[in-house]
Every structure is written in C-alpha cells, then in structure tokens.
Design a protein around this ligand. Sequence first.
Ligand code: UDP
Length: 330
Amino acid sequence: MTTLVLGGAGYIGSHMVDLLLQEQRDVVVVDNLLTGHRKAVPAGVPFYEVDIRDKDAMRQIFRDEKIDQVVHFAASSIVPESMKDPLKYFDNNTAGMIALLEVMLEFNVKQIVFSSTAATYGTPEESPISETTPQNPINPYGESKLQMEHIMKWADEAYGLKWVALRYFNVAGAKADGSIGEDHPVETHLVPIILQTALGEREKIMMFGDDYNTPDGFNVRDYVHVMDLVKAHILALDYLAEGKASNQFNLGSANGYSVKQMVEAARQATGQAIPAEIGPRRAGDPDSLVAASDKARSILNWQPEYESVEEIIKTAWTWHQKHPKGYEDR
Ligand code: UDP
C-alpha cells in the first residue's frame, strides 16, 4: 500500500510521514512548501513540491506513483488569518479539495483521510463535543473545513469515495527525540509561543482575553499530542482499507485546559518563568472546545499515550531547545 501524504512537510504531516516510515509503509509526499519545510521530510522519501490545486502536476504524480490511499493535511489552518482573508481559505482549502477529488477519482483512488477540526463546531451547543454536536462554524477556517467534509460526503454518494474526517482539537508536542516539531513562518499557536518565550526568543506571552465564560475566564482548549494524533490517521487508513463506511471522529483528550493553565503547565515543564500578560480577546475564538473522543477509541481502537499537558509540552520543549530557530537551525 502506498500512502500519498498531502502537506507532508508541515507540522502534523511530517509526524505522519515519520510514523508511516516507522511502520515500513510506502510514502509519497506532496507539499507546496508555503508553510512546510523540505527538511522536515527524510531525503529518501519521494517528494513533490506541488500545490494540490495544480491538477496537471497532481495528475502526473498519480500517473508516476501507484497511490492507494491519500491523507490530506495540505490546507491553511490559522483562525485569525482566516478572519482577515477568508477567500484564501475558500480557495486553498475548499477549492483545493474539489481539485484533489477530481484527480483522485480520475485515477480511481477512493480512500482519503482528512484533517478536519473542532472549529467546525463553532460555539458548541454542548460540552464535551461529540461527533453529532451541530456544526456551526464561527470563522472562515472552520467554515472551509466543514465545506470540505460536505464535499466528501456528496462525493461518496455519487462516486463511492470513502473518507474519514478526523476533527482535531488542539494539536501540540513533537516527536520525543525532538528531531521534527512545530515551526510556522508566522507563529500564532499557543504552545510554541509559550515555549519561544521560555527560550527568551520572545519577551512575553499575551493571553487573549480573561472574560470568557469559563471557570478562570481564560478560554479553554483540549490539547492532543501530535504523535497520538497521527496514530489515529494510521488506524483510519486501515479502517478504510477494510472497506468500512465513511465516518468522522473527534481527536482530543477529553480534558480542557485554559490558556492560563497552559502557561502554568509550561512553567512546570520547563522550569522557566515565562512572563505572561492579559490582552484583549482574539477575533473568532469560542469560549471552550473540549472533545468527547470515545468514538475514536471504540471504533478505531485509538489509545492515546500522552495523558497530561505537561508531558505534551515537554516533548515540544525538547524540539524548541534543539531548534530555537526551527528548521533553519538544521
Ligand atoms: N492564545 C493566546 N495567546 C497566544 C496564542 C493563542 O492566548 O499568543 C490562545 C487562543 O486565544 C486560544 C488558545 O490559545 O484560546 C489556542 O490557540 P491556538 O492559536 O494555539 O489554536 P486554535 O484554538 O486557534 O486552533
């Protein structure tokens, strides 16, 4: 079986490639390198610097490589950026999905595991959030991912495309040896920003809003380790290979931590002071996003290994200490 990993040079995609290789599976990587890093993918892996919207280039890859299954990480994923530039999200994400499925179907490749998001739930009507909680996104990022789920659903009805949508909560951490990790051109995510502050690369962390409807007023997210997350993708690929029906699963830990608790946990994990200040709310942020993840555990048999945010932060800390400037240091 050959797995095509789209966005395989990005943060989550590179961990997926690593795990597929550990499992001795054949891997082909596509990444347009707008936010990914060539150095995040081992030299021996077939690598194409291609944008998934470039259908001719994608056709050539499907012609040259014998692809059985696709894992799709190649999308834009920054909530605040999507509020400022929604059309970028509908183009790269939604239109990207249409172009991809057209090419996949031309080559009769009909199994895809897709990175969806808790942002599709918007301000959820219930907590913890289950897969049947209504999806009403409150930012263009979440909207684009919901559109992508719907496109796959109708492509299943019409053409028999089989898909698994994995709705990620907040992904953090790095491979335990710190050889690959999180490195975005413009960092907006909480854990790397906290750890860059711990390293002295930033002066302080700004905690966005202390007046949310949560126990301590700071907004609450559910953090899942990137290696646990990619493990669920392998299980989802195997689920599809067994001929099972299209499905969707939340991937989270079922534990919520506030921004303030995360800063505190990082102080514990790193032994650093980590100066923090309270700032205004960030546009597009719901109060609390916590997953019910029993469906992935029972149907995919997913068993996350990392149980506390301290453990998750420690692995990210190893990466940041080894690569204070990210992949530039390699
Ligand atoms: N956050 C923060 N300061 C930062 C970056 C993020 O307070 O510098 C908060 C943000 O408001 C959210 C949480 O941290 O509540 C996680 O944000 P992130 O951007 O990491 O992920 P998202 O939930 O947007 O996918």
